[in-house]
Design a protein around this ligand. Structure first.
Ligand SMILES: Nc1ncnc2c1ncn2[C@@H]1O[C@H](COP(=O)(O)OP(=O)(O)OP(=O)(O)O)[C@@H](O)[C@H]1O
Ligand SMILES: [Mg+2]
Length: 368
């Protein structure tokens, strides 16, 4: 207990440990025991059902239960921290399905759930919260439940695209990778008729740190106004969901590599060698749109010898731009929150509806 600290977004009991796990306190019955049974069934050593074995890869690993010695009546699920491997995790929780109440819900509960988001039936998903790393300001934007509930069919695409916006560019690379992940989950749902999921979520995580990922593909820099339900938090290190904080030797390596790319890029710029630069772009990034966006970033660099301020700006832009030349993005999409999973003998059409609609909204973002 001592080593756990409260999770960034959830004051209701998610605790995070530096060993790479989170603890979720069991909710009161029937929800908590239902979720525990679900995890036991899927991760139990006696489980040989291929449907459940397949499902494992879309869930956080379940590492059993945990009870603090000081509170022997409390029970927690010990789960893999999905955000652990990310330096600057951008996180979004999206509730999936047409209904966020289960078949056992009372009339009162049904009314309460519908009134929270009457569009759930039509839209099939609801953004519960987001936390987005802003490269340009080195801070996080957070979006709470009010933000998601304010989204309508008309504003859904823009609303969701905030999750992929780093303050100056839309991370189309992360959008595309997220689509692929959701499609894998959809495939599992198309092939199973054993379980129905109500009020369950997909947890999206992608790497916001520009050192690790392809960035800013295809969108012109633009500033975004802060809508209802959003908040900008301060300096990054404190607000990093991930316990890992870059140590000094890591940051020296980053500085060195930035310095290197800065001098390379600056030399290229002076020679007007945009073509030479583009030829360094890996094949999978090579298309007209991506080339255009590299040029957009390069045009931020002023000609001639830069002054001190310009060098700082230049470094930022180049970190941003040169990162487009690296690996495909790290993106993880996992199913979480299983307090309302029920046995079934049909496909979970309402969850599938939500997944398909979500995929189509994400695809539309790529078309802009
Ligand atoms: N395995 C995990 N790794 C990292 N973060 C997680 C994990 N599971 C949950 N979280 C974080 O904790 C939040 C709440 O998780 P979950 O929905 O399972 O709990 P809950 O008690 O049902 O909370 P709520 O009532 O708010 O939905 C998620 O939105 C996510 O940010
Ligand atoms: Mg939840």
């Amino acid at each position: 207990m001592i080593n756990y600290h409260m999770h960034f977004s959830n004051v209701k009991g998610m605790l995070q440990h530096p060993d790479g796990t989170v603890l979720k306190q069991l909710q009161p019955p029937p929800r908590g025991p239902r979720e525990l049974n679900f995890y036991n069934m899927v991760f139990g050593s006696s489980c040989h059902d291929h449907v459940f074995l397949e499902l494992r890869k879309f869930l956080p690993k379940f590492l059993g239960t945990w009870t603090p010695t000081t509170a022997p009546n409390e029970l927690y699920l010990k789960l893999e921290d999905v955000t652990r491997k990310f330096k600057k995790p951008c996180i979004m929780d999206v509730k999936i399905g047409k209904k966020s109440y289960d078949p056992d819900a009372s009339a009162e509960k049904i009314q309460q759930q519908i009134s929270k988001y009457p569009l759930m039936e039509e839209i099939g998903f609801l953004v519960l919260g987001m936390r987005v790393y802003q490269f340009s300001s080195d801070s996080y934007m957070t979006y709470d439940q009010r933000y998601g509930r304010g989204l309508t069919k008309e504003t859904l695409k823009d609303g969701l695209s905030r999750f992929f916006h780093d303050g100056s560019c839309l991370r189309k690379d992360a959008v595309a990778a997220s689509i692929r992940e959701v499609e894998r989950i959809l495939q599992w749902f198309e092939n199973q008729n054993k379980l129905c999921f109500y009020a369950s979520s997909l947890l999206f995580v992608y790497e916001g740190s520009p050192q690790l990922t392809a960035m800013g593909v295809g969108d012109a820099p633009r500033k975004l106004a802060a809508p209802k339900g959003t908040k900008r938090t301060g300096e990054v290190v404190e607000h990093n969901n991930n316990v890992h904080v870059m140590n000094s030797s890591e940051s020296r390596m980053v500085e060195a590599s930035v310095g290197q790319s800065l001098s390379n890029m600056y030399a290229l710029h002076r020679k007007g060698c945009f073509k030479a630069h583009q030829s360094m772009v890996p094949l999978h990034l090579k298309n007209a749109e991506q080339d255009r966006s590299i040029c957009k970033c390069l045009t931020l660099i002023s000609p001639g010898q830069p002054n001190g301020n310009e060098i700082k700006q230049l470094e930022k832009d180049l970190m941003h731009t040169s990162s487009m030349l690296q690996e495909p993005p790290e993106v993880d999409v996992r199913m979480i929150d299983f307090a309302h999973v029920f046995p079934s003998n049909t496909k979970d059409e309402e969850y599938i509806y939500g997944l398909k609609h979500l995929i189509s909204v994400l695809r539309n973002m790529l078309d802009d």
